[in-house]
Design a protein. Sequence first.
Length: 277
Amino acid sequence: MNYYFAYGSNLNFADWTKWCVKNNYQPSVLAEFSRAFLPGYVTNYSHYSSGRKGGAANLRMLDNNLTGTYGCLFYVGEDCMNILDEKEGYPNHYDRKTVTVITEAGVLVEAVTYISAKHDENEFHQPTDEYHDLIVDGLSSRGMLTDSICGAKDNQEIFDCGHIIVYGTLKRNNARQDIMPGEFLAEGIIIGELYDLGSYPGLTNGDREIHCEIYLSKDLANHLTYLDHIEGADLSPPYYNRRIIPVKYGEGKIIWGHCYYFNHDTNDYPVIQSGIW
């Protein structure tokens, strides 16, 4: 069994079903597995589709993994892969590409996605409102952000915006709140184990709910460089390691953001049972 990462109109089950029925395929061949995040790519409308009568979603590869694209991971068998190839116009219109995505459980998974084989990533083709809304509905109905695709509709790709997750002294009403960059967005829950290191906590892998805060950064590269220095992520070996992880918040919503994990032995430190610093 393989995985397929959708970031465009295939997020919309009604649109997928309509195409399948028209072409005598069973829509159920595409089985949803997980919401997912693809680091290192941003969505744009650089592909032109005559069938959609305007721009169609495409991906631009970045030179770093600081930000990325929201989408959905599906199970696909060989029969479904052939159907997707037909729908996406592979290989003449879109190429298959193997990418690594992060699931809502924080697991790295290899998946196939489609990137335009026909149009340069620097082009822009205005999408129809009908097509654009298919993607917006597909993302928002799953509790995922639509900022990137909405920016793409205005030919404004979002390269340096993203989210930072904090769980300790950088939270509001804590010792280092005044030096936390970015704009507070929401409180959230991440999964791990939180240790009391004395005057600050340390996060490691685990299965406990950890309370955190989500911050929006509109200067992500500089803010992460600043925080890397504060957290010792720029040391050798690093005191904390920075990762992109999923954060759940609100009513079924999810964000992927940068978070710092303690990179040393925790045997001599007590677990914070409440998951709250």
